[in-house]
Design a protein around this ligand. Sequence first.
Ligand code: HEM
Length: 148
Amino acid sequence: MKTRSLILTLALLVSVLPFVYADSHGGGDHEHTELEDQMSAMNKAWRSIRRQISDPAKNESTLELVAKVKKAAMKSVELTPILATEMSGEEKNKFMAGYKKAMKRTVGLIGDLEAALKDGDNAGAQEIVGKLNDARKHGHEKYKPEDD
Ligand code: HEM
């Protein structure tokens, strides 16, 4: 009887361990989220924007890329970061309010970037790109799982 319960306990442990392991990795092994899809879409366009932002001859193409980033950022405002799914109550409300505010501010900066490019103000546009890089850095520090 003793051996049987030991075997049962071991079997249970073995079946449960992979889930415990995945969970302890801060979402590293989780389902793909819609926010990740929007972020990936933003990232691709963002890399090209950073490369060509100082070149006025590319402003038309840069504006097309900015439109893509804006669309994904606007959708992101309404989405829920994976970290929030593990929270509840006041903690979750606070996290979501902070996230939404930061993402709305990001959408605002993208609008400023659009306006500067339409004015042909590439120096101003470069400055706004710097601000957006800061917004991304802070947004990820506060709202994104560390090992993602
Ligand atoms: C130009 C701006 C930004 C770019 C290019 C960008 C890019 C990315 C990339 C590449 C990922 C990883 C996606 C994946 O794992 O497939 C990501 C994840 C994430 N980003 Fe951003 N990001 C930007 C701005 C922001 C801002 C401003 C915030 C918050 C206010 C934010 C919050 C997050 C979160 C929470 C995740 C994790 C996804 C989840 O929880 O489902 N990002 N981002």
